[in-house]
Design a protein around this ligand. Structure first.
Ligand SMILES: [Zn+2]
Length: 208
């Protein structure tokens, strides 16, 4: 049974949803993780999606989407905060690797968002100066959410994912153009740690 790489935004999104369904129902196929696959992708990679997500150890991309070697171009950091290097990595995935989908994946009970809420309440104790750098990048979202009376971490997490996607599309004209041309879909979703489920929040492009 040959593997057909998903070529359209919809095919790529469906493949991720199907893989996540296998994972949540305890029926993973662990596809494309053998020696043949390793050898066949050694020269060139053709991942079908880019994933930008939190570095949380429980958000293991290939496991939760039940995919294999060479399937996902993964970019992660704590709290999935945008930086120029992140935008560059995503542009590389779109322009050079021609992925038809970018998934921005946050999750519930995120430590980085929890830390930013603590900072907002004047209660963040951390010696790491660069931890404060991550917090500073999530802070505008938390401030806006607090100003709107939404202090629940789940609401803030959803808003952070939406803001992150706005940031990607407004700053990278290459990515925005690919969406406009129908070549690329961008999805923002929230991952539920206990259930293992993906909950989509925002979509751009021809996903459905
Ligand atoms: Zn997190």
């Amino acid at each position: 049974m040959g593997y057909q790489r998903p070529e359209t935004p919809k095919q790529a999104w469906d493949a991720l949803l199907e893989g996540n369904h296998r994972f949540t129902t305890g029926d993973p196929a662990h596809p494309r993780q053998d020696i043949d696959r390793r050898e066949s992708v050694a020269e060139t990679q053709r991942p079908f999606a880019a994933l930008f997500g939190c570095a949380d150890s429980r958000l293991s991309a290939e496991i939760i989407f039940d995919v294999g070697l060479g399937d996902l171009f993964v970019v992660r950091n704590a709290g999935q905060v945008i930086a120029e290097t992140i935008l560059g990595s995503l542009e590389y995935a779109v322009e050079v690797l021609k992925v038809p989908l970018i998934l921005v994946l946050g999750h519930d009970e995120c430590g980085a968002i929890r830390a930013t809420i603590k900072a907002q309440e004047g209660d963040l104790q951390s010696e790491g100066e660069f931890i404060h750098n991550i917090v500073a990048r999530i802070a505008p979202t938390v401030e806006r959410s607090y100003a709107a009376g939404k202090k629940d971490i789940d609401d803030i997490t959803d808003l952070h994912i939406e803001d992150t996607i706005e940031d990607i599309l407004s700053r990278s004209s290459l990515i925005a153009k690919a969406v406009k041309e129908g070549k690329l879909g961008v999805v923002g979703a929230n991952y539920k740690l206990a259930l293992g489920e993906i909950h989509p929040l925002v979509t751009h492009g021809e996903i459905a």
